[in-house]
Write a protein that binds this ligand. Structure first.
Ligand SMILES: Nc1ncnc2c1ncn2[C@@H]1O[C@H](COP(=O)(O)OP(=O)(O)OP(=O)(O)O)[C@@H](O)[C@H]1O
Length: 672
């Protein structure tokens, strides 16, 4: 026991009584200074404390320190006025003995206080355990961080009171603030920056620019003058203090993992809210809270990664469906070898690549080769066709949107740029991108960050960009359809793919390659391509380039009997347009027309493309029917030649308006 009493006789009396009753006394102090000195040498279990002492500090001042040190104390004092008693109560003594006292009363109070203290310590330990469990539950609950932290704040309120709680989460350069204003017993209002902006008539930009101020290195409490200084250093807190009439603060900085920091600021309207016991409770909770936050962040990361994996997986499944035919790039012509050289040079850098070339020259194949040779090959390559997406959807497709950002945006959606994080994005048909979106793409290229539609903060992205077009981009720029600044950004490293007619030497190789591939697919033997057919292929101008060659060969394999070399389904006729406009990029927006129709018949929209497809198919089926003399079923019938089920062929014929005739002397005339 330590006795702190300035009246010598009473102090002596106390010592005698205590020693006789078996309580060892470590010393008697008559002032706060002396008491602290004695406690420095030996820590007492209990302090008996008078209110008025020698010197200017009172027993109440000493009590505040004892509370911080976790040493229980009992006041021994003459009855005093109400305000002193209020202050005494606030220090949470374990007992109070009124002077003058009888020996028996003193010992009884001492006995009861000790028992109750021991009990309360046990209770406190249990309470703290329960508090830790409740905090863990709050932080591991599902929901947003805003909801989790609010739950945690509600749990803490009973132990560390606040009128306003501000939590700052910093991860590298990203800072998020969560603000909760207590409006009722168990009622809290989440205060967003926009709310603060309205309450304080500041702009969001001004708010974002407010210096967060220095964060203390450990737990710190601010009241009176220290709170004023804290506000001066921390303009955000100052604004909160003025708006919500706050007078004291308790700040708890937490380093979580290698990059995350949390700073929890409890703020109160009362000037003396935060006591040593709040500090020591938070000190004890610090490690458990760090662990809880670490776990919550790890769960978040796992959820994010598995979501990303799910998205990548869906995307890849789609990719496999559309690109199962990709095997290798065929060709040995010097023009193509030059392209390979460029691909190797640029692949290992993060430079933006612009691939130019007529339709069907293999631009996508080259984009894939660049990606596969780059350090990003382990990550995803996301392809976007700017021509096939409706203009209204491109922005959301590329950048994503927040829930409710426009009519129909029922769910948050991640854009292709976010999906491609760490990998490559391939913007095919970039020449078709609407002008307003070009400005946004330019921003991504310059700032390396994107903004979801309806989003408030930009998101950093690490994506390599590749683009391709069959348009004359310079012409598009000159005519005001393409932004010049974007063009120069994209064209950092242009790769120009030669048209097929510029590398006729590759035609036999490609033809053999496609023939083998088609034969494998159709399960037919391949008996080679005759010299006549090869020279016909070489002499054709291939306006549709490799894609057209692939189609022509596939058709030839379909009608081939598997015994003789390939024959073409129909003669290849060079049309006027293709023959008079040779050279790369020479037909900027023309579709190919292998039927020698005038250029005005080129497809303008998907309807046209469908019609041409149907005409081709119809013509093709008619040619096969002619060959089988109208016979559909059985060995050597059209269905077998076309590798289709007879019922499927009949269905297709009906769709295409080809009437079944028993003997097809003139199949075309049957329905014309
Ligand atoms: N050198 C090559 N070797 C083998 N196949 C090729 C080669 N070049 C292109 N192809 C094939 O030709 C077809 C068309 O190629 P791709 O889609 O890459 O052309 P593109 O220039 O991107 O066409 P578009 O401009 O119409 O989008 C694909 O099936 C592709 O696999």
């Amino acid at each position: 026991m330590l006795i702190v009493e300035d009246e010598y006789i009473i102090a002596n009396d106390l010592e005698l009584i205590l020693q006789e009753a078996g309580y060892p006394v470590i010393g008697i102090a008559d002032s706060m200074t002396e008491a602290l000195m004695l406690m420095d040498q030996q820590k007492p279990d209990i302090v008996l404390l008078d209110i008025y002492l020698k010197g200017k500090e009172t027993g109440i001042d000493l009590a505040k320190q004892l509370e911080g040190m976790g040493i229980p104390f009992i006041y021994i004092s003459a009855n005093d006025n109400r305000s002193v008693l209020e202050a005494v109560k606030a220090t949470q003594p374990i007992g109070y003995i009124v002077k003058p006292f009888r020996e028996q009363d003193l010992l009884t109070v001492l006995e009861i206080s000790r028992y109750r203290y021991a009990h309360s310590v046990e209770m406190k330990l249990r309470e703290e355990k329960a508090l830790q469990i409740a905090l863990t539950d709050a932080l591991s609950a599902s929901g947003s961080w805003e909801q989790k932290l609010l739950k945690a704040a509600m749990v803490l309120q009973a132990h560390v009171p606040f009128d306003f709680l501000s939590i700052q989460h910093r991860k590298g350069n990203d800072v998020h603030r969560f603000n909760y204003y207590r409006v009722g017993f168990e009622e809290y209002q989440t205060i967003s920056l926009v709310d603060i902006q309205q309450m304080t008539s500041t702009t969001v930009d001004q708010l974002l620019q407010l210096e967060p101020g220095p964060i203390p290195t450990g737990l710190e409490r601010y009241d009176g003058d220290t709170f004023a200084t804290f506000c001066k250093q921390n303009r955000f807190v100052q604004m909160l203090a003025t708006t919500f009439r706050l007078e004291s603060a308790l700040v708890m900085p937490l380093g979580v993992g290698p990059v995350d920091t949390f700073c929890i600021t409890f703020l109160s309207r009362k000037g003396d809210s935060y006591l040593s016991r709040h500090l020591s409770l938070l000190e004890r909770l610090e490690q458990p809270i760090v662990l809880m936050l670490e776990r919550a962040l790890a769960f978040d990361e796992v959820a994010r990664l598995s979501e990303q994996l799910k998205r990548e997986n869906n995307y890849l499944q789609e990719e496999v469906k559309t690109l199962a035919n990709f095997e290798e790039i065929i060709g040995r012509s010097p023009r193509l070898l030059r392209v390979f050289e460029q691909v190797t040079q640029v692949a290992t850098t993060d430079t933006t690549v612009l691939i130019l070339g007529e339709s069907g020259t293999g631009k996508e194949l080259i984009a894939r080769a660049v990606h596969n040779l780059s350090a990003r090959k382990g990550k995803i390559l996301v392809k976007i066709n700017c021509a096939t997406l409706p203009a209204a959807l491109i922005e959301s497709e590329l950048f994503g949107h927040e829930k409710g950002s426009f009519t129909g945006a029922f769910e948050k959606r991640i854009g292709k740029f976010e999906l491609a994080h760490g990998g490559t994005i391939f913007l095919d048909e970039i020449g078709e991108m609407p002008l307003e979106l070009q400005a946004k793409l330019l921003r991504v290229l310059q700032e390396k960050e994107i903004e979801r539609i309806g989003g408030k903060t930009p998101i950093k992205t690490d994506v390599r960009i590749m683009a391709a077009t069959n348009r004359h981009l310079e012409k598009e720029v000159a005519e005001g359809r393409f932004r010049m600044d974007l063009y120069y950004r994209l064209a950092t490293f242009p790769i120009l793919l030669p048209s097929l007619r510029e590398r006729p030497g590759d035609i036999p190789l490609l033809a053999q390659f496609f023939a083998r591939k088609a034969a494998r697919k159709l399960g037919k033997p391949f008996r080679g391509i005759s010299e006549t057919v090869l020279s016909e292929l070489i002499n054709y101008t291939w306006p549709g380039n490799i894609r057209e060659l692939e189609n022509v060969i596939e058709q030839a394999v379909i009608i081939n009997d598997g015994q003789s070399p390939l024959r073409l389904g129909r003669p290849l006729e060079n049309n006027f347009f293709a023959m008079t406009t040779p050279g790369p990029m020479s037909q900027p927006d023309a579709g190919f027309n292998r039927y020698g129709q005038p250029a005005s018949a080129k497809p303008r929209d998907m309807g046209d493309v469908k019609q041409i497809q149907q005409e081709t198919e119809r013509e093709y089926i008619l040619a096969v029917l002619k060959q089988t003399n109208g016979r559909i079923r059985g060995t050597g019938g059209a269905a077998e030649l076309l590798n289709l089920k007879p019922t499927t062929l009949e269905y297709r014929m009906e769709k295409l308006g080809i009437r079944k005739v028993l003997s097809m002397q003139s199949p075309t005339s049957s329905n014309d």
